[in-house]
Design a binder for this molecule. Structure first.
Ligand SMILES: [Zn+2]
Length: 283
């Protein structure tokens, strides 16, 4: 699997000179399978530059196919949708998987985003591409181009967010953004989902001190992420979804503190990477 980060910020885009190194776009990660199928995880504003890069490929002439895995539908995970150029090209096909009790509920949420109060697009029916919706049931794996995908639900403030595990040829990638664990930590099902991941992309919104004062927002601190990675014996922990108010220097400090926390927990073998826009990784 070839992984690329297009947006690593949480909650709201954070452009400007203080966030240039890690980037200001919100959550979006692309994964290329061994068969070169495109899987997109979340559709934050990072989806826009991904879309622009795709126009020079088969997505520019209407022969593109991609799968989208949505963790949940908060703004920072769907706002790139209406600004994703391949969605306007007739012939392109997108399969969108997400939570919700039915595919029509998921479609309704994204349809609402196109309402004229919010967008000049008016309705999904004005998009040229063909879009199909699929509801994801936690614990029930499905297959996307030879990749086995399993999802589990994590608490996220007043709602929940899906974490995904992608497995291909013995390699595993886990995406767990927007996670506010209860004091006892992740559920057994979630711990099993993370187990021995080659790459665990995990919510690292806050310092432990900031999380304490913002518990109700349902995000992780670097200590929560380090604990999850240590418990899972993950090969790599990839920090993700930084608070919009954190400068690049603050994220550097988060990374150093997260490294120290991993070492303290006996997980010195777990490699630590702070995700940045443009970062590519092969597992
Ligand atoms: Zn988010």
């Amino acid at each position: 699997m070839r992984i690329r980060f297009w947006g690593v910020r949480g909650s709201i885009p954070a452009p400007g000179p203080e966030t240039n190194r890690y980037g200001g776009n919100t959550s979006c990660v692309s994964v290329r399978t061994a068969g070169d199928h495109l899987i997109i995880i979340d559709m934050g504003t990072g989806l826009m530059p991904l879309g622009v890069s795709l126009l020079s490929t088969e997505f520019g002439n209407g022969a593109g196919r991609a799968t989208v895995l949505l963790s949940h539908a908060h703004w920072d995970h769907i706002q790139g949708f209406g600004f994703f150029p391949p969605i306007f090209v007739p012939g392109n096909r997108f399969s969108i998987y997400g939570g919700g009790r039915s595919p029509s509920m998921l479609e309704g949420i994204l349809e609402g985003q196109m309402n004229p109060h919010f967008s000049p697009i008016y309705t999904l029916k004005n998009l040229g591409a063909n879009i199909e919706f699929f509801g994801v049931t936690p614990g029930q794996p499905f297959e996307v181009d030879g990749v086995r995908v399993t999802a589990e639900s994590n608490p996220h403030g007043t709602t929940t967010a899906l974490a995904y595990r992608l497995e291909e040829a013995g390699r595993s990638l886990v995406y767990a953004s927007d996670v506010g664990y209860p004091p006892e930590g992740p559920s057994d099902a979630v711990r099993a989902l993370y187990r021995r991941a080659d790459a665990l992309i995990h919510d690292c919104t806050y310092t432990p001190a900031d999380r304490k004062t913002r518990i109700e927002r349902g995000f992780s601190s670097i200590a929560d992420a380090a604990a999850a990675a240590a418990d899972a014996a993950a090969k790599r922990l990839i920090m993700f979804h930084y608070d919009q108010d954190y400068s690049d220097d603050a994220v550097d400090q988060l990374r150093d503190d997260c490294r120290a926390e991993l070492d303290r927990l006996g997980a010195s073998k777990t490699e630590l990477i702070a995700a940045a826009e443009g970062l590519e990784l092969e597992i």
